[in-house]
Design a protein around this ligand. Structure first.
Ligand SMILES: CC(C)(COP(=O)(O)OP(=O)(O)OC[C@H]1O[C@@H](n2cnc3c(N)ncnc32)[C@H](O)[C@@H]1OP(=O)(O)O)[C@@H](O)C(=O)NCCC(=O)NCCS
Length: 140
């Protein structure tokens, strides 16, 4: 039986370990700080899937006042292909629907073919938009 619930500060280590195992961390992101920021306000959270006491999957979900966004979708490497990713995305979509957010956007790295195939099965399509980004360094 899989239970999905919002994570708490006590789940920080388990969540960031899953993100590392899933290859989702990057040197310029501090995953523990990302986790804490997502839990710090009402417009975002991290949902976790549990088998008993064991955290086996996560998804970060939030909205910016307009669109919903998902980050850090990760399933334990030994449990992939069993429906946990679909379950977590369904929970993220429900979280947004409860807040009347009409559309969910998400970003997938171009080299992540497995994730692209996964999202296609869930009905997500390339929206032909280029994502622009800029680091906002202090004082610059
Ligand atoms: C992407 C990820 C979350 C998918 O989780 P999962 O639990 O394995 O996925 P599910 O078992 O729920 O699969 C849902 C559907 O996607 C399909 N799918 C999953 N992985 C797939 C793959 N690599 N290639 C093709 N289809 C795939 C499944 O066959 C299933 O299809 P169906 O339900 O329509 O029959 C998981 O592989 C993961 O943690 N990857 C590493 C982290 C990552 O890349 N995250 C996304 C960052 S954008």
């Amino acid at each position: 039986v899989t239970d999905v619930r919002p994570l708490h500060t006590a789940d920080r280590v388990g969540a960031t370990e899953l993100w590392q195992a899933a290859g989702l961390t990057r040197p310029w992101n501090d995953p523990a700080a990302d986790f804490d920021r997502a839990l710090s306000g009402p417009a975002s959270t991290v949902l976790g899937a549990f088998h008993g006491a064991a955290l086996v999957g996560t998804v970060m979900v939030g909205h910016d006042g307009h669109r919903g966004w998902v980050y850090y979708l990760a399933v334990h490497p030994g449990l992939r292909g069993g429906g946990l990713g679909r379950l977590l995305m369904g929970a993220a979509e429900a979280w947004l629907r409860e807040r009347d957010v009409p559309k969910l956007n998400l970003m997938v790295r171009h080299d992540n073919a497995a994730a692209l195939a996964f999202y296609a099965r869930l009905g997500y399509a390339d929206s032909a938009v280029t994502v622009l980004a800029k680091f906002l360094g202090h004082g610059s």
